[in-house]
Design a binder for this molecule. Sequence first.
Ligand SMILES: *Cc1c(COP(=O)(O)O)cnc(C)c1O
Length: 348
Amino acid sequence: MNTFNINSLIRDNIKTLKPYSSARDEYKATGTDMVFLDANENPYENGVNRYPDPKQSAVKVALAKVKNCNPANMVLGNGSDEILDLIFRAFCEPKQDNIITLPPTYGMYKVLAGVNDVKVREVFLTAAFQPNVDNILSAADENSKILFLCSPNNPTGNSFSNEAVEKLLKEFNGIIVIDEAYTDFSSQESWLNRLEEFPNLIITQTLSKAYGMAGIRLGICYASLTIVDVLNRIKPPYNVNLLTQYKALERIQDQKSVAQEIANIQKNKAQLISALENVPFVKKIYPSDANFILVQVDNADLRYQQLITKGIVIRNRTTQPLCENCLRFTVGTAVENQRLIAVLKEIE
Ligand SMILES: *Cc1c(COP(=O)(O)O)cnc(C)c1O
């Protein structure tokens, strides 16, 4: 069993930090007939002249209903990338601490580690793209503050085995971030249902993928009240703007459209997979729990360039560990996929 307590993982300067108290935090509204002369805003109403709710309560309540959790366990950010950065700043002492990532995986963990001057220990996934639990635990030391598990994983597309994740949650003596950006496409249960069992668990999700809102930048993190409190203390007070809060609320309350689009993407994905099976230069199609497909081809650089020439942009992942000659295809609309398939048949 892990032996840490969360407080011992928090950086000293963060523990003693007195957060900025925003204008909208200080008062308790006592009615609707109030005059707001506290925040130096322009008083003329245009829909966005007031600062947004720093706690984003309406969005959290709507999301909590859909996700069947408590709004108090959430922090919202300007994309999940902002949430990930907050986690670094809460727990990782620059030049001293390290994080563990499991390549091939999402590139932002390493970038954010660099920005925060935190070392990265890379423990490659197994050939089946699963976490190598023993190697991860032996790579960790007392300065290993965060382990990033991306499941379903980008760029491989698969989910991590529950047994491996559970063992890590029990034995890793630091924070475990499970990045569930693609969870809404997956048949695997979210770890959100087990949040209460693991005090070191942070789950991140996003409206950028299944919810179709990459442009508004809204990321979500779910964690214990202790961790939520720490992240709330360091986040910029108005990190999620008013337009984003409006748009997110609208979309979250329209689950029927979200579900319909996810179903369409699943259908398009199945069609794309069958088409790829008949492409002569495709060597392997990896199983995917997400809205993209990792494919091994004969020569990734060549095929990538050929597709660009034909006006189709995909992701070349050949330089990633364990991804030699691999291309990543995002599932598009039926029309986009038809165009892709036609081009794949054309090139040789
Ligand atoms: C796309 C993606 C995200 C999304 O980040 P946002 O900042 O919320 O848009 C996060 N994690 C992974 C693994 C992703 O692929």
